[in-house]
Structures are given as C-alpha cells and as structure tokens.
Design a protein around this ligand. Structure first.
Ligand SMILES: CC(C)(COP(=O)(O)OP(=O)(O)OC[C@H]1O[C@@H](n2cnc3c(N)ncnc32)[C@H](O)[C@@H]1OP(=O)(O)O)[C@@H](O)C(=O)NCCC(=O)NCCS
Length: 181
C-alpha cells in the first residue's frame, strides 16, 4: 500500500524539453485559458464552469490536496505554459491512479503531450510505486489515443455511449498501463 497522503510534498519533474511543477495560483493565466479553450473542452470532456475567483481558489486549494498530483507543464527553456497533467482518483490499497492531460490549443502537435505523459507515467510507476495507471478517452480522440499507446497504455475495453456532447453519444475507451506487463 502507498501512503494515502503520498503527494504531501509533490515533486517537480523534468524531461528534455519540459519542466512539470506543482500546479498552483501562479499558473492562473495559462490554466484559465486552457480551461476555457473550446477544442480542449470538447476533446477532454471538460464541463467545469467556474468564475475566475473560483478557479483561483481551486488552484490555491491544490497545495492541501495530498491524494492527487496536478502539474503545470512548462517549457524548460523559458517557462511558457503548455498545459496541465494530473494523477488523481488515488486508490492507495490498489496502488492505482487515473491520468488526465490537457494542453492549451496552441501547443498541440509539438510532442509536448507525449513527453509530459511519459514523464508522469515513469514517475508514477518508478518513484511513487503505482501498479496501475488508467485513463478514459473518447473514441474520436485518436490523437490522444496515439500518444497513450506510444507511452505504453493498452486499450482494455469500450464503454458504449458513455459520452454525450453537443447532442451526440460517443463511446469511451478505457486504457491502462500496468507495472510489469
Ligand atoms: C492529447 C494531447 C495531450 C496530445 O498532446 P500533443 O502534444 O498534441 O501530442 P504529440 O505531439 O505529443 O503527439 C501526437 C501524436 O499523435 C499523432 N496524431 C496527430 N493527430 C492525430 C490524429 N488525428 N489521429 C491519430 N494520431 C494523430 C501525431 O502524429 C503524434 O504521433 P507520432 O509522434 O507517432 O507522430 C493534446 O493534443 C491535448 O491536450 N489535446 C486536447 C485535450 C485532450 O484531448 N486531452 C486528452 C483527453 S483524454
């Protein structure tokens, strides 16, 4: 079992082109823009409606959330905000978590999503000691599925008509990466 408050001292992560630092109110501008990006909302199924103050309060509250790890993805060279990635839905006994990533629209297709996902998966499996990292992705989001496959996630099943957006139902793919498999 992993300690339920494992993320009390959440680490920053580094990869070749990126720095991932604990998400907080200092990232408000980029985070707010990403939250309200229409394409990101559609692809990631984001339905959150917040005022600016509610979003600032939520970013501030993350420092006290020790059962999840939210990171701001920043470029390593000049700290430009690229997006957000989170490990949440912590199951300490099962050593399992869920992963979600959302980049801001202008940052799609530059390799950042793959690099950030790999950095978080490596950290989750090798440092935290997670046994399983899973995620859900809508079936038409083939770019995200490509990224997850590259990093080592395998499709495990299809949730039929589990996604309703703009008057249409879509299937949702469950993918996971399991230590040692
Ligand atoms: C999904 C997301 C994180 C991917 O990050 P990214 O930086 O854009 O992706 P990358 O550039 O690292 O890699 C994209 C890969 O998909 C491929 N690709 C691009 N468009 C594609 C498409 N429509 N279908 C399939 N593959 C596609 C690229 O060729 C690349 O693969 P390659 O490295 O083998 O050439 C990012 O696009 C994003 O945040 N999208 C909006 C929110 C979202 O979808 N979140 C995931 C919710 S589950």
């Amino acid at each position: 079992m992993i300690a339920p408050d494992y993320f009390r001292d959440q680490q920053s992560l580094k990869s070749s082109n990126l720095r991932l630092e604990p998400l907080g109110p200092q990232h408000f501008d980029g985070s707010w823009a990403t939250l309200n990006d229409a394409e990101s909302r559609r692809l990631a199924g984001i339905r959150i409606e917040r005022t600016e103050q509610e979003h600032r309060d939520w970013l501030t509250s993350l420092a006290d959330a020790h059962d999840r790890a939210d990171w701001a993805i920043l470029t390593a060279d000049d700290g430009t905000f690229v997006g957000e990635i989170v490990l949440s839905e912590f199951e300490p006994h099962n050593e399992a978590m869920n992963l979600r990533i959302t980049l801001s629209g202008a940052m799609f297709g530059r390799g950042y999503g793959s690099e950030a996902t790999k950095a978080v998966v490596d950290y989750g499996l090798q440092v935290v000691g997670l046994h399983r990292i899973s995620l859900r992705v809508v079936d038409f989001n083939t770019r995200a599925q490509r990224v997850y496959s590259k990093v080592g996630f395998h499709p495990e099943g299809l949730l039929r008509d589990a996604w309703f957006w703009d008057g249409e139902w879509s299937d949702v793919v469950v993918m996971a990466i399991v230590a040692g498999h």
